[in-house]
Design a protein around this ligand. Sequence first.
Ligand code: NAP
Length: 257
Amino acid sequence: MSGALHNNVYIVTGGSRGFGLAIAKSLVEHGALVGLVSRNQSGLDQAVAEIGADFALGVAADVGSRASISAAFKKIQTHFGRLDGLVNNAGLATPNKVENLVEEEVLLQVQTNFLGTVFCSQVAIPMLRNGHNPRIITISSASAWHYDEMSHLSIYAATKAAVERFTRDLRLEVQGDGIGVTCIRPGGAWTNFSDGWNAQALEGALAAWKEVGTHMDLGMEVTHVGDAVRYALAQPPGVAIDLMEIRPNALTPKSIF
Ligand SMILES: NC(=O)c1ccc[n+]([C@@H]2O[C@H](COP(=O)([O-])OP(=O)(O)OC[C@H]3O[C@@H](n4cnc5c(N)ncnc54)[C@H](OP(=O)(O)O)[C@@H]3O)[C@@H](O)[C@H]2O)c1
């Protein structure tokens, strides 16, 4: 199936690092071209340097702003001359107990994870109607459904559950246009995801998780998620993987924390 992506153009949000960069690399390794979108241009420049400027373009935008996304997607479509797929990957979390969450933490997670997926999909749909085997991928999280995941991520998990429910209707609405829609629900992998987490809130979340969690859902490499997204995008026209859950097949013991 490796030829299926040849010369196709995909936008990957959150493409500057972590899962997004691994997804972009996996697509380019199989002949695709990628437009990377995240807030900081410096991170995008580094990612483009790693991938190769002939195959990638980085455009800074905030997925939580439809105007910002509209301008960025148009720039990418103009640069490559087409658009064949969107990977809604940008996302963040701030752990905290419900009663301690400050308003900004709640709004930022909803705005980025859920509304970002809505806005990016809205902007991409008309561009994808002319695409080759066009597809939209949404990235959820195992924390939306599994109780052994990290504690104090109620808002994060709720935004991902909302992404999954949104994806169901999105799939039905664009089927008639030949656009395939896949939700990918990854478990844990080491990325920079927790870099900015408040130390005290993280300590509280870990203590709570040690009480209730069975094991830490960590242990995949980012390349596993990159390859899962590529597999979904490379399905033949007329076929779509609706939902793919990919989790580590090993128990990471509590003692690592
Ligand atoms: N890591 C895991 O174990 C795990 C497990 C399940 C699901 N996920 C999901 O996988 C996705 C990627 O996570 P990751 O671990 O790769 O995180 P990461 O290393 O923190 O990368 C997040 C990416 O999203 C971008 N981003 C954040 N907010 C944005 C915004 N408002 N607009 C545009 N770009 C934004 C970041 O760049 P800027 O900061 O420059 O904007 C960065 O490129 C997320 O949706 C996450 O919820 C992660």
